[in-house]
Design a protein. Structure first.
Length: 442
């Protein structure tokens, strides 16, 4: 008697996405702890020296050098934003943001979760050195938020996971717009025009179905350099390039299956072998046709997202945390927690996020534009609102753009760390209370 097949079913893309984000949050936390410990150890000078270690390239008399910290924040984070751009486009084309009805709830929640924290921060920093930091508490760190959600196991309804993911992606879209519009001091129109031309060239190469990575990499790097030279933060180049990439396969699935149905029987009739392929050019042509058809039926945007998401989750974000979370926790720095910048960030994340998310979600449902996900009540939405207050990665990133003063950046980082920790704990406890024990809604 044959044993039953007990192999697990293949994990779908959304489940893989959730698993990757949740697992990467552990590595992100480890790198954060390492950065904090290193910056407050006897070897702190080595941490500072690593951040300022410069390298680059020289072409003739022109030298392009950046410190390692800048390579991580301006270079590697462009890859992070590239994946974010792919996620945004996927959600707009086929996901939770693909129609007004589906987008209404997460989009409203994301909007409220950005406006209210910014307003609370502004109450503490209407003027003074912290006035430019209102964008810091607007962000949500999806990796940490999903990591906390994963601690609750099968009690979490799938609809709640989808809601948190969709609102975080909407949040990322808002952050990209804020960075591009409000955290750009000067715009050099010549470099911006060059970036537009290069983006057009990249789009033409994609329409021509050019698949060679090195050929496509040239205009991508050129776009990044042009955006960097334009005055807009270079990471925006990642989103712009991502939006050029199609989420839909160039070959319709019906055409692919027709090719397979026609060509496979031909190969079987001819008795294809490893040796016959070497001798029979027609067989080789048939195999190449099947290979090209299989390549053309795969959605390029989704394929890139699946390929790069682990790199983003397990390399880029941990390195970003390692280079940006090293806060010196001496008496002077801890005093900064009572200052306007830290207070604005903490209260923006801890109170503004859940209040804004709840208020705007309630308005969307009350107006009839949206409905709550199946199996999800308002207590669970409040818990997710607290988890959205885990700003961390994007908040740290924005703080580096908002302030030039090292002291202001340190105060913002302290507020981000404190607010994110308390928001994560509060969200976990609220969801423990809100979600029924032992449920397995998925």
């Amino acid at each position: 008697m044959m044993a039953p097949d007990v192999r697990p079913a293949p994990r779908g893309f959304f489940a893989s996405f959730i698993h990757s984000e949740a697992a990467s949050s552990v590595l992100l936390m480890v790198c954060t702890v390492v950065a904090l410990a290193w910056a407050n150890s006897p070897w702190a000078h080595a941490y500072d020296a690593l951040q300022h270690l410069s390298f680059g390239a020289a072409v003739g008399s022109r030298v392009f050098m950046l410190p390692l910290h800048a390579w991580v924040n301006d270079g590697l984070m462009a890859l992070f934003f590239f994946v974010v751009g792919l996620e945004i486009k996927r959600e707009v084309v086929v996901g939770q943001l693909s129609s007004l009805r589906r987008a209404a709830l997460p989009a409203s929640a994301a909007l409220g979760g950005m406006l209210v924290p910014a307003a609370i921060y502004a109450l503490f920093n209407a003027t003074g050195p912290g006035a430019h930091g209102w964008g810091i508490p607007m962000a949500t760190d999806i990796a940490f938020a999903l990591g906390v959600l994963a601690l609750l196991g099968p009690r979490v309804p799938l609809g709640l996971k989808v809601f948190l993911t969709a609102l975080a992606i909407g949040d990322d879209l808002g952050a990209v717009l804020v960075i591009a519009v409000f955290y750009t001091e000067t715009i050099r129109l010549g470099a911006l025009a060059a970036a537009a031309v290069l983006l057009g060239l990249f789009a033409l190469l994609l329409r021509g179905r050019i698949r060679q990575s090195l050929v496509l990499l040239v205009p991508v790097v050129a776009v990044w350099l042009a955006i960097l030279a334009s005055g807009i933060h270079a990471t925006v180049a990642g989103v712009l390039v991502a939006l050029m990439i199609s989420m839909k396969a160039p070959l319709p699935p019906q055409r692919f299956t027709a090719i397979v149905r026609t060509r496979l029987p031909e190969l079987e009739r001819e008795g294809v072998t490893r040796e016959s392929v070497l001798l029979d050019e027609a067989q080789l042509d048939t195999l190449l046709e099947l290979h090209e058809a299989a390549a053309d039926v795969r959605p390029p945007g989704l394929l890139l997202e699946r390929m790069l998401h682990p790199v983003q989750a397990y390399v880029v974000l941990p390195l970003f945390a390692l280079f940006n979370a090293g806060i010196v926790l001496d008496a002077g720095a801890l005093t900064g927690l009572t200052g306007a910048i830290s207070a604005g960030v903490i209260l923006g994340l801890l109170l503004g996020k859940p209040l804004g998310l709840m208020l705007f979600s309630w308005l969307a449902v009350r107006s009839g534009l949206a409905t709550l996900p199946a199996g999800v009540g308002w207590r669970a939405i409040l818990g997710v609102g607290c988890l959205a207050g885990i700003g961390f990665t994007m908040s740290l990133f924005v703080s580096g753009l908002a302030f030039k003063s090292a002291e202001a950046i340190e105060h913002a980082k302290l507020g981000i760390l404190a607010g994110s920790i308390v928001a994560g704990v509060a969200g976990y406890l609220l969801l423990q209370w809100a979600l029924p024990a032992g449920a397995s809604p998925d």
